[in-house]
Design a binder for this molecule. Structure first.
Ligand SMILES: Nc1ncnc2c1ncn2[C@@H]1O[C@H](COP(=O)(O)OP(=O)(O)OP(=O)(O)O)[C@@H](O)[C@H]1O
Length: 453
């Protein structure tokens, strides 16, 4: 059984929300308290868990927070009272995937659940691919170009060691996939690989996130919580966006790298963990060292082994095979590009690299027409997916610039900017909203208005 597990103690909310989600085609199981939720999940995991934080038997949000890890690896969406922003933040810190304020807006619920289900689907696909091929020949890193083959060779050499690795390369070039491959090809493959996005966690939470805390060590620390280094024990800790790590944490990380010791917040004695560190950034770390925002000693400690992920314009021969791979994954084995579509893909620049290519191909696959021989993705589908009206024959009229009113032109521009931000951020609404200077809710409203959700 998969689908959604909805845990909430209000019968009316359960009934209405359950019915709404079922109406959207999801399978939904309903439970009314924390213990039942844990038991239901243990019996049959769900793709996504919707969790009210203050349920019987404790009616205590801290107890609700403590439940979250029991649902791993399913994404957990917590539901909190309207004014409970601090609680929502704690829930995210405790590993929740997203949160919804009550009363829950049904449209927001639909989007949040769709995102969570998508994540679960990707995790399943990945697990299936791994189970099929173990560490497959291309290690999940597609591309036959010379730089990619060289990168895979290096990964094969470095993976079995326990050396710290720094992965450098532009955004969207597969740095996280490299970390994953290093882990999967190492003797640590049976243990966890724990990714931490150093830039996404507020500076004052990062220490507790990484090293854990003891109950009562700061306001809100209601229970002892192990840090991610402990969760990753025996495995790999992937520190993404290491360049964003606050200065105070850099010192503590250096100590951990040097002798494997760390101190949970509130603990009297240091602890030890056996963790391999893989760090990554798209930033110029040397420049950060020069301007004083990154510690030189940590930089040299990390820089022992550096792997570089090449941008797509350094390996144009990979564009077509990667696009074909993403299209097969998004649709089916018979899906293909029209010759014009393929030419367009290969001829353009991909500043957002593989992430952008993947997102454009996936959106275009959803828009494309299915003919007798299968799905054919044509150039206008791709141009529309990338949000460039000037490249869509039906919309572009370069000889008649006066045809669009100012309002039409502005809304086309607005749509273009939004679609580009979505493509760049892999359809992450929070990141796209930040990039556009909008609130997440503001962005979602615009997406609704434009029919883009
Ligand atoms: N060589 C590749 N083969 C298949 N998929 C790839 C490849 N490179 C990147 N991708 C896909 O592109 C997307 C971005 O990859 P990833 O998150 O690893 O990039 P990144 O370099 O870590 O980006 P950022 O610096 O923004 O965190 C993911 O969906 C990933 O699966």
């Amino acid at each position: 059984m998969s689908g959604i597990l909805l845990a909430d103690d209000e019968p009316a909310f359960q009934r209405l929300t359950g019915a709404w989600l079922r109406g959207l085609g999801h399978e939904v199981r309903l439970v009314g308290d924390g213990n039942a939720a844990r038991a239901a999940f243990a019996e049959a995991p769900a793709d996504c868990v919707l969790l009210d934080l203050a349920m019987p038997p404790h009616h205590d949000p801290e107890a609700g927070l403590a439940l979250i890890p029991a649902f791993a690896p399913a994404p957990v969406v917590v539901m909190t009272g309207h004014a409970d922003h601090a609680l929502a933040l704690k829930a995210i810190e405790a590993g929740a995937w997203d949160f919804l304020a009550k009363p829950v807006d049904p449209d927001l619920l639909r989007v949040v659940v769709a995102r969570a289900m998508e994540r679960a689907r990707l995790a399943r696909e990945l697990a299936a691919a791994r189970a099929q091929g173990g560490a497959s020949e291309d290690m999940g890193l597609a591309g036959a170009s010379v730089p990619m083959a060289a990168l895979r060779d290096l990964i094969r050499k470095v993976a079995p060691t326990r050396l710290t690795v720094l992965v450098l390369g532009p955004s969207g070039t597969g740095k996280e996939l490299v970390a994953r491959a290093l882990h999967d090809l190492s003797p640590r493959a049976g243990k966890a690989m724990v990714p931490v996005h150093c830039g996404a966690i507020p500076a004052d939470l990062l220490e507790s996130e990484l090293f854990g805390h003891l109950k009562g060590s700061f306001t809100g620390a209601g229970v002892d919580r192990p840090g991610l280094v402990e969760v990753a024990s025996g495995g790999t800790l992937f520190l993404d966006e290491i360049g964003e790590m606050p200065a105070a944490m850099q010192v503590k990380l250096l100590r951990f790298l040097n002798d494997g010791s760390y101190q949970p917040i509130g603990a009297r004695a240091p602890k030890q963990a056996d963790v391999r560190i893989v760090a990554a950034t798209h930033r110029d770390l040397a420049a950060k060292v020069a301007d004083g925002s990154f510690r030189e000693d940590l930089y040299y400690r990390l820089k022992g082994i550096v792997l570089r992920t090449p941008s797509l314009d350094e390996r144009p021969s990979d564009v077509a095979p990667l696009a074909a791979l993403f299209l097969r994954r998004a649709a089916d084995a018979n899906a293909r590009f029209s010759p014009e579509g393929l030419r367009w893909l290969v001829a353009r620049d991909w500043p957002g690299n593989v992430r952008e290519l993947r997102s454009v191909v996936e959106s275009a696959a959803a828009l494309a027409t299915r003919g007798a021989t299968g799905l054919v993705v044509d150039q206008p589908d791709l141009a529309f997916a990338i949000g460039d009206p000037s490249e869509i024959p039906a919309m572009a009229d370069k000889d008649a610039p006066g045809l669009m009113t100012l309002e039409q032109e502005l809304s086309a521009l607005e749509r273009l900017r939004i679609e580009q931000a979505l493509a760049r951020t892999g359809h992450n609404h929070t990141h796209a909203a930040r990039e556009l200077g909008l609130s997440r809710v503001g962005l979602l409203k615009k997406l609704d208005r434009m029919g883009l959700r």
